[in-house]
Design a protein around this ligand. Structure first.
Ligand code: VGL
Ligand code: ZN
Length: 189
């Protein structure tokens, strides 16, 4: 798996690599989140070179979103639509052709999975996707939820282990999330 060969039907899915999730300044920093950017860039390079599709999901909340502590949710205010914190970092080398999927876009509903309340599954089917390579944040929330939904939608999934980072509110949360993804059928690279 380490030197996995890419082929037609492979799609790179980058989950929520946005300023607010990244050290040093993000509102909801995921420890080590900045360390995955060069790794993702090298995967972006491989996919681009082969003309394979790249999808980037983004958390894209309205100002008054229900997941924010001030509105009774569990998270500090983050990834507000159009704010600097919701931007992809400048050093993430997303090509102009990147398909962007926005989630958590309505006040009343949160969405960890990039499939939830989005047209991602249809978009991927239109692209002829067979296998998804997944990196991003957070391992224990949006990456996990996205991977599990990808599997239940019938896609093969490869989780790029060195290209994900977790919040780890409990120290083992990311390990537990990885185990769960693997148990449900994801390959861990
Ligand atoms: C996420 C917490 C709140 C994530 C999004 O992208 O993992 N986590 N919103
Ligand atoms: Zn969120």
């Amino acid at each position: 798996m380490e030197n996995v060969e890419l082929k037609e039907g492979d799609v790179l899915l980058i989950v929520d690599v946005q300023q607010d999730f990244l050290p040093p300044e993000g509102a909801l920093k995921v420890p080590g989140g900045d360390e995955i950017i060069p790794i993702l860039n090298s995967w972006i390079g491989r996919f681009s070179k082969l003309g394979l599709p790249i999808v980037a999901s983004r958390d894209w909340h309205p100002e008054d979103h229900c997941s924010f502590i001030e509105n009774g949710g569990s998270w500090p205010r983050h990834c507000v639509q159009g704010s600097p914190g919701a931007e992809f970092p400048d050093d993430l080398q997303l090509p102009a052709s990147t398909i962007i999927v926005s989630k958590g876009t309505t006040k009343e509903k949160d969405a960890y999975s990039a499939f939830e309340g989005t047209d991602l599954a249809d978009r991927l089917r239109q692209l002829g996707t067979k296998r998804l390579f997944v990196g991003g944040v957070a391992t224990d929330y949006c990456v996990k939820a996205t991977v599990l939904d990808a599997l239940s939608n019938g896609f093969d999934v490869v989780v790029i282990k060195d290209a994900i980072r977790g919040v780890n509110i409990a120290p083992d949360d990311s390990i537990a999330a990885l185990n769960e993804m693997e148990r449900q059928g994801a390959a861990i690279l």
